[in-house]
Design a protein around this ligand. Structure first.
Ligand SMILES: O=C(O)CCC(=O)C(=O)O
Ligand SMILES: [Fe+2]
Length: 417
């Protein structure tokens, strides 16, 4: 039963560690600079906008479980809509003072919050403890798999200490009773819009389409964009020991071009380099590279290669290729030290647990494709989302039954509404 003065709930091990890792993979390969300093985020609409709608699949059952839990605990069965879902990471320097989550006129629709911790204090980051101003528990130490739920109003004023190292990652949801703020309805309409633009003759593809390069530039200060700071995708690759080579990078041929708008430079085919070796496979753009690399990080320990595998082709970097690799680095990592502060400190716990191996990396690139295909194609993974305009029939204890269903094979295939 909720304490009516401070209604809040702590759930330990609500999410499996596997699921936490999967969501970490999605965030580290799809995230953008966020809404506050030193904060990065991945929203569901951003996944759709970058042709990664299939990556919404892992969120679907979690959203439903969290909504049911909130309805049960706060005593509002069948009343809630998800208002916002996002993966949010905080790096060194990020913090938030005392506040309630509905403390702005445009946030008044928020009734409840659910913050799911996807990694752990002490192991993955330092600082970042959560505090409630009144009542118990006064402090929550974020641990992977745990969830805190609370009302978004002034009965649950809270704060988060500054992050002093590493990256703190959460899956954060807000719930509302106001159907006009239903996130599902917005996602459905965004998806159908995208589908209309999707030619029926186009072959199915899970290749990501990067958003505007400004969304990946840190710090997100428009005035200084590209003159200081760094590209977060590039910085994540660099922190893991990778370099990029662009076979057709025109803007990096001349030092004079360094002040140009860089938006197209990482949206073209790229190749991956490591130390003095160049991997002989082309990726369509930087997000494609990053997804393969982060998939390798996620799955490195499970990837099997056999001596019968075809030989992985890696060639030495030529001096001119090396020069171009360095130019790209200079363009996208203006402030390498700053990039290191935000992304390097967690690498010990990532894929560096075993020595790097190109054949395992190649297996990861293939595995990434199979993973995307599975998410996108499997009919058992089809997303069932109710449109806010459809009347809903609910049966207590059995979840929801809809008079009609809106069925989305996310991002691909036919849409039935
Ligand atoms: O990440 C957390 O623990 C809470 C974050 C928070 O208070 C917010 O985003 O409003
Ligand atoms: Fe908050």
């Amino acid at each position: 039963m909720a304490n009516p003065e401070h209604p809040r709930l702590i759930l330990h091990n609500f999410l499996s560690l596997d699921l936490c890792k999967e969501l970490e993979f999605i965030h580290k390969s799809c995230g953008t600079v966020g809404y506050r300093p030193n904060v990065f985020s991945t929203t569901l609409s951003h996944l759709i906008a970058t042709n990664c709608g299939h990556l919404i699949m892992p969120f679907v059952p979690i959203r439903e479980r969290l909504k049911e839990k909130a309805e049960e605990f706060f005593g509002c069965e069948f009343e809630l809509f998800v208002e916002f879902t996002g993966l949010i990471s905080w790096s060194t320097g990020a913090s938030i003072g005392w506040h309630s989550d509905d403390n702005r006129p445009y946030l008044k629709q928020r009734d409840f919050a659910a913050v799911c911790y996807l990694n752990s204090h002490g192991e993955d980051f330092k600082g970042g403890l959560f505090h409630f101003q009144d009542w118990q528990p006064a402090t929550i130490v974020p641990m992977a798999g745990d969830v805190v739920m609370y009302t978004a109003d002034s009965r649950n004023i809270h704060s988060v200490d500054e992050i002093t190292g590493g990256e703190r990652l959460t899956l954060t949801l807000w719930f509302t009773r106001d159907g006009s703020h239903d996130e599902d309805a917005k996602l459905i309409s965004f998806l159908s819009e995208r589908q209309l633009h999707h030619s029926i003759h186009e072959t199915r593809s899970f290749l990501p389409h990067p958003a505007s390069s400004r969304m990946y530039w840190f710090p997100p200060d428009t005035a200084s964009t590209y003159e200081s700071g760094f590209d977060i995708c590039f910085a994540r690759l660099n922190a893991l020991g990778y370099d990029l080579y662009s076979p057709q990078c025109r803007s990096c041929l001349s030092a004079l071009d360094l002040s140009n708008d860089l938006s197209e430079t990482l949206m073209v085919p790229l190749r991956l380099a490591r130390e003095n070796e160049l991997f002989d496979e082309e990726f369509v753009n930087i997000l494609h590279v990053l997804q393969a690399v982060q998939f390798y990080c996620w799955k490195a320990s499970e990837l099997q290669t056999s001596p019968l595998d075809k030989k992985i082709h890696v060639v030495p970097l030529s001096p001119s290729q090396k020069e171009q690799v360095n130019r790209l680095k200079h363009m996208f990592l203006k402030d390498e030290g700053l990039a290191g502060t935000h992304f390097s400190s967690t690498i010990a716990s990532e894929c560096n647990q075993q020595p790097f191996d190109w054949s395992r990396f190649s297996a990861a690139a293939t595995g990434w494709e199979a993973y995307c295909n599975k998410l996108g194609r499997s009919s058992s993974h089809r997303i069932l989302i109710r449109s806010s305009t459809l009347p809903v029939l609910r049966k207590p204890g059995t979840g929801c039954v809809f008079e009609d269903e809106v069925c989305f094979p996310f991002a691909y295939g036919d849409v039935k509404i």
